[in-house]
Design a protein around this ligand. Structure first.
Ligand code: PGA
Length: 248
């Protein structure tokens, strides 16, 4: 059985004061969660998470990382810097980065490799737009996104990634894929992984993201290939985030 992972994606939200309340709320309410729990936070708050979450069961991560190791890359944050603050995860290829920063499948693949080689767990995001779904291209688009990443990894390495299927039309819109729609894509993704390394494919956590909330988490998380969630809006309130953790 794969252990589930519930990861918050705070996006560009937060302040030291608000984060302190949120992190304390998550820690206080967590209890003995059966699943793994993490928050992916804006870079200025790595140090705050490191101290607030030390010794707790809540891991933390970044929302992106530089493809480069170090040097003259103004504004970028390296894998080594994330590790310096105890980050465990890095989201890679979120649709907002693909859309607003022009990140290609190839760049996402290179960032995945950078994260893995540095000892971070990449949470690799894939997902189709509404137009792509309506024109029947979901499998082709999502398949190409994941294939680019798989092409850059060895069979062993692929067992160390996390994938997040996030249909773009469901992100922040309140529209969620039905459990059956999500399961279909998750099963397709796992089959692609299995073609390269069947044993590793059984281990990889494939998260669903896109308006996952307390009231729809349980049925999504009950599907056989949905191994957790990447939670945006609902990760900003401790009660909502904890309700999703409880559902997992
Ligand atoms: P949402 O965001 O839960 O607010 O839809 C999910 C994400 O973009 O990771």
């Amino acid at each position: 059985m794969r252990r589930k992972l519930i990861a918050g994606n705070w996006k560009m939200n937060g302040s030291q004061a608000a984060n302190a309340v949120l992190l304390q709320g998550i820690k206080d309410g967590l209890g003995n969660a059966a699943c793994a729990v993490a928050v992916c936070v804006p870079a200025p708050y790595f140090a705050q998470c490191q101290s607030a979450l030390a010794g707790s069961a809540v891991g933390w991560g970044a929302q992106d990382l530089s493809v480069h190791e170090a040097g003259a890359y103004t504004g970028e944050v390296s894998a080594a810097m994330l590790l310096d603050f105890g980050c465990a995860y890095a989201i890679v290829g979120h649709s907002e980065r693909r859309t607003y920063h022009g990140e290609s499948n190839e760049l996402v693949a290179q960032k995945t490799v950078r994260a893995l080689k540095s000892g971070l767990t990449p949470i690799v995001c894939v997902g189709e737009s509404l137009a792509e779904r309506e024109s029947g291209n979901t499998a082709a688009v999502v398949g190409a996104q994941v294939d680019a990443v798989l092409a850059a990894l060895s069979g062993d390495e692929l067992g160390n990634i996390v994938i997040a299927y996030e249909p773009v039309w469901a992100i922040g819109t309140g529209k969620t894929a039905t459990p059956e729609m999500a399961q279909e894509v998750h099963a397709m993704l796992r089959a692609r992984l299995a073609a390269k390394n069947p044993a590793a494919a059984e281990r990889v956590q494939i998260l669903y993201g896109g308006s996952m909330k307390p009231d729809n988490a349980k049925e999504l998380l009950a599907m056989p290939d949905i191994d957790g969630g990447l939670i945006g809006g609902a990760s900003l309130k401790a009660a909502d985030f904890l309700a999703i953790v409880a559902a997992a």
